[in-house]
Ligand binder design. Structure first.
Ligand code: SF4
Length: 408
């Protein structure tokens, strides 16, 4: 989790892809408000550590920039508004973060609007993050996001298509759909994520990638798009969280271990080149050695090559925080064990691609980029930034593969 600084008005994004996408909307709103000397922290509250980093950054800004307007928005600002206000920062609620009037003076907080405005990240990358929904209507026992972002709200398909057109027109060849609970897109507007993907595929989009999906919300239509549509990238990131049914029950997750394993088997049977990523929490309250062993085994049983792995951290106000805790040290050790297993699996997957061909989207530096299955690639000699090129895979260097451009 890092604080990325973009030129002013200065916006510092923490956390998830949705926050990164919204960072651009915040900057545009602050520019429209015309406030010159302003620094805005778009914070995250997924873990204690994330909140601690935001507080540290805000304190530093208040100390080092006494004349600047220091503003905090995002999930940590929702959950710890008083703390940040006591420091002397100004608070902008998540639902007002994209509004110009939030950054003018004085700044009234607007009532929570129902529709979500799509959030498109900047033009500084060959890929564009596109936030299409926010909030969540589930109540996983470890999660504070619902308290920070409210219930699930989707942007209209028309508004998302318009935002995607902006990305295409500025030459971005890949669009990554993101949200808090992406798979629930459309639940509040009688449509579905699959319908949105179909509409977007009517545009000249070269590559469409989906971020984290709830495993039990992949309906047949979405499954077909993920496995049969060549412009939908063969990379599925699942919000699994654990590999033990008792832990999943206590997390109030809607799937069971066997569902996850069966889903991955179906995906790979339908499209063998699909790469699997997953969110996993280690050290959830009451998790014993046997339960943890079931989560560890999931790395292999679901062939997880891209793991987003966190040690459990109690979030104030959540049900899990009131359960018997396993302790930070154990949670950290188990997270390290999961990460090691994931790296081993990832390296084996990368090594198996040596000598094969792939298509690569070249990033702005002309050397780095990603294959369709999200393998990270480094070119042996530079190519045109922002282009999609055929490459032959060489060998692995840590978590990346070398690649040589091939004649088209
Ligand atoms: S699905 Fe669960 S973990 Fe994800 S945002 Fe909703 S409540 Fe939180």
């Amino acid at each position: 989790m890092s604080g990325a600084v973009i030129d002013g008005p200065e916006v510092v994004n923490f956390g998830c892809r949705l926050n990164i996408a919204e960072g651009e909307a915040i900057r545009a709103a602050a520019r429209e408000a015309g406030t010159r000397d302003i620094i805005i922290f778009n914070s995250c509250a997924v873990t204690d550590e994330a909140v601690r980093q935001a507080k540290q950054a805000v304190r530093r800004a208040l100390r080092e920039r006494p004349d600047a307007a220091v503003v905090v928005t995002g999930c940590a600002a929702e959950l710890e508004a008083d703390r940040f206000a006591e420091m002397g920062a100004r608070i902008v609620r998540n639902d007002a973060k994209g509004l110009a009037e939030s950054y003018g003076a004085p700044f009234p907080a607007k009532a929570r609007s129902r529709a979500y405005t799509p959030a498109l990240s900047g033009a500084d990358h060959a890929r564009a993050f596109l936030g299409v929904q926010t909030g969540c209507s589930h109540s996983c026992t470890f999660c504070a996001t619902v308290m920070a972002r409210g219930t699930a709200r989707s942007a209209s398909i028309a508004a998302v298509v318009e935002a995607a057109r902006v990305a295409i027109d500025r030459g971005q060849r890949e669009v990554i759909l993101t949200g808090v609970d992406l798979a629930s897109y459309g639940d509040d507007s009688e449509t579905t994520l699959a319908a949105l993907v179909e509409e977007l595929l009517a545009l000249p989009i070269a590559r469409l990638r989906l971020s984290s999906l709830d495993p039990n919300r992949i309906d047949d239509r979405l499954f077909a798009l993920l496995t049969q549509e060549s412009r939908v990238m063969p990379h599925v990131h699942l919000s699994l969280q654990a590999g033990d049914d008792m832990v999943l029950t206590r997390m109030k997750r809607r799937h069971r271990r066997a569902d996850a394993v069966a889903l991955v088997a179906r995906l790979k049977a339908a499209r063998p080149e699909i790469a699997i990523g997953a969110d996993l929490i280690a050290g959830f309250p009451t998790e014993d050695d046997t339960m943890f062993a079931n989560s560890l085994a999931l790395i292999d049983d679901c062939d997880i090559v891209f793991g987003h792995i966190f040690p459990y951290s109690a979030r104030a106000g959540t049900a899990a925080a009131r359960m018997p805790q396993v302790g930070r040290a154990i949670a950290r050790d188990r997270a390290a064990t999961l990460r090691a297993a994931n790296i081993r699996r990832c390296h084996a997957w990368l090594d198996a691609q040596a000598g094969h061909t792939a298509t690569m989207l070249v990033e702005r530096d002309g050397v780095s980029g990603h294959a369709e299955n999200f393998a990270a690639l480094t070119l042996t000699s530079p190519a045109a930034a922002g282009t999609i090129i055929p490459v032959r895979i060489g060998g692995r260097l840590d978590d990346r593969l070398t690649a040589t451009e091939q004649a088209a």
